[in-house]
Ligand binder design. Sequence first.
Ligand SMILES: NC(=O)c1ccc[n+]([C@@H]2O[C@H](COP(=O)([O-])OP(=O)(O)OC[C@H]3O[C@@H](n4cnc5c(N)ncnc54)[C@H](OP(=O)(O)O)[C@@H]3O)[C@@H](O)[C@H]2O)c1
Length: 225
Amino acid sequence: MNIANKSVLITGANRGIGRALINEALIRGARRVYGGVRGGLAIADPRVTPVTLDVTSAAQIARAAQEIESLDVLLTEQHLAVNLYGPLNVTRAFLPLLRRSHGAVVNNLSVVALAPVPVIPGYSISKAAALSMTQALRALLAGQSVSVHAVLLGPIDTDMNRGFDIPKAPPELAARGIFDGLERGEEDIFPDPMSQSIAESWRAGAAKALERQFAAFVPRSAAAA
Ligand SMILES: NC(=O)c1ccc[n+]([C@@H]2O[C@H](COP(=O)([O-])OP(=O)(O)OC[C@H]3O[C@@H](n4cnc5c(N)ncnc54)[C@H](OP(=O)(O)O)[C@@H]3O)[C@@H](O)[C@H]2O)c1
């Protein structure tokens, strides 16, 4: 996957990692970048089109899917109350476009999907569930030429974790790491120094081996449906 000349939809695009991903997609020569936002989006570049998109609103998802004519990459940002059904429903709505373009879904998850941080159980549970969803969709959509990627982020310096006094990577670095991983075709992307420290052991580990084993159960006919 090469981002140049592609059409990309990024949800949660007004700030944090989503905003950095918009800038990075433009730097990489995306043809059109749709910024999914709940309020406004102040970016002057003519290639950026704001789209009203609260990922928990079925009506807004349906409207956005009608407004956007072609799509190669769908990038979803997820928060506690919106982590699972929001990205699932947005992915469902854009699947016809992604099938047509042989495109990609990129879900911004977290290393807490792999092990819960006990002081934030709800967030950790939602990220683990979203990882499971991402892995299942990856196997189910493989036969339709739509790739599904998990981004296992470490701590990034955004509004979300402003109160935590821990080392954090800049969102611009995370955005570069996410598109680098996508362009290299990595199914699980570790875009920052903290997450990179566990990448190798994750890829060689038992959970990954089981994921591949279980993916082989998907009948060819179901995967192509
Ligand atoms: N920062 C980190 O350390 C870190 C680590 C691991 C994973 N992540 C993940 O990375 C993603 C982005 O986080 P961030 O750090 O960039 O957070 P952020 O700076 O707090 O930004 C969150 C973004 O999500 C949007 N959003 C919230 N609820 C939404 C909804 N219902 N529909 C559509 N958009 C919604 C917000 O829009 P509004 O401005 O309208 O609220 C905002 O654009 C999240 O999935 C987060 O879990 C972050």
